[in-house]
Every structure is written in C-alpha cells, then in structure tokens.
Design a protein around this ligand. Structure first.
Ligand code: ZN
Length: 187
C-alpha cells in the first residue's frame, strides 16, 4: 500500500466527470489495490470518505465510513471497514434539506455550510461487480452525496448558498462551532 497524494482544489482532475468502470476493471487487482491505497490515505489524512478523482484517478469509485451500513468491507488490517461505491447513481427521495459544516481532503484547513436533500436512494456496484440499491438518510446521505459529487467534478464549495458560511478551521471553531456538536471530519 502507498499513501497517494490528494489533489487539491484547482487541480483539473477534481473538475472532470469520472468515467465508468467495466466489470473486468471492477474485478481487477488494480482496482482492489487502489481501494486499499484509498483506505490508508483517507485514514492518514483524517477523512471519513474519499473519491478516486481525489487521488488522481478519474473513475467512478468512492469509499466511505458510514454508520449502520450493510456491506461494509474490511480490506486493510488496522484500518476502518468501508462502504465501496462503484458506478453509482443517486435519486433524491426527500427534497427537504439538512445543513451541516462539511470539510474535504481536497480543500484542507477549511469547511463550509452545505444543505443537501435528507433522504436518497443510491444504486451502485461492489468490488465483485454485484449491483445494490440502498436508502440513506441523515449523516449517511450527506457523506454519500459529498463523495459522489466528486465523481461529477463537483466540490462542496459549489453548493454553499451563503458564502459567509465558509471558514478556516480555526475561525470555524471560534465563531461557528456549536457546543456539543459532533466532530466534523473531512470527506
Ligand atoms: Zn471531498
């Protein structure tokens, strides 16, 4: 395993639409190696999710640490189990939005307040190429939407309605963080 460098905002790879993976590619050792590298890298950088374009691979693949998610896989000893999404698509089930302060490994040191639909249905393939459809709401729905946006070339900063709600982490802690609020992580 290697720690792959994370592309930061401004790198064109973050603005490309990622291409789909064929079944042969999904099942290849190259894809499994990439996922393992992404797990180690996500952990190293302190994230809870990472998409392949963030490690300079413009393909439809993202991994996340999700709560209560069936099908999570443990691929690297000593690192968290992750949900793997390949060739995913999202349908919004509840347009009502929930807002949260999001961070991103590609925009280090800052975060912003983003509102997203609170309930979605996501279809995707796993590392064996099997197709799944799952419902996600709340925090899981936010993390999935953030990561899958990367596959469209979209960053969370594009979705911030109120630009005064973008902050460096120190200022976020000083002026925006609510008491008792859960730790925020980068995605
Ligand atoms: Zn991100």
């Amino acid at each position: 395993m290697i720690i792959r460098k994370v592309a930061r905002m401004g790198h064109p790879v973050l603005r490309e639409k990622a291409r789909e993976l064929s079944l042969e590619e999904i099942k290849s050792s190259k894809t499994l190696d990439l996922v393992r590298d992404m797990i180690v890298g996500m952990d190293e950088y302190g994230g809870i999710g990472i998409a392949a374009p963030q490690v300079h691979e413009p393909i439809q693949l993202a991994i996340m640490i999700l709560d209560d998610w069936k099908g999570k896989v443990k691929l690297v000893e000593g690192h968290p189990s992750v949900a793997v999404f390949i060739n995913p698509s999202i349908k919004i089930l509840d347009k009502k939005c929930i807002g949260s302060w999001e961070g991103c490994l590609s925009l280090p040191g800052m975060r912003g307040y983003v509102e997203r639909p609170k309930k979605i249905r996501v279809s995707f393939q796993d590392l064996q190429g099997n197709k799944h459809t799952e419902i996600a709401s709340g925090h899981n729905a936010i993390v999935i939407q953030h990561e899958l946006d990367h596959l469209e070339g979209t960053l969370y900063i594009d979705k911030i309605f109120d630009k005064s709600m973008i902050a460096f982490n120190d200022e976020y802690d000083r002026f925006h963080r609510k008491r008792n609020e859960d730790d925020n992580h980068d995605e």
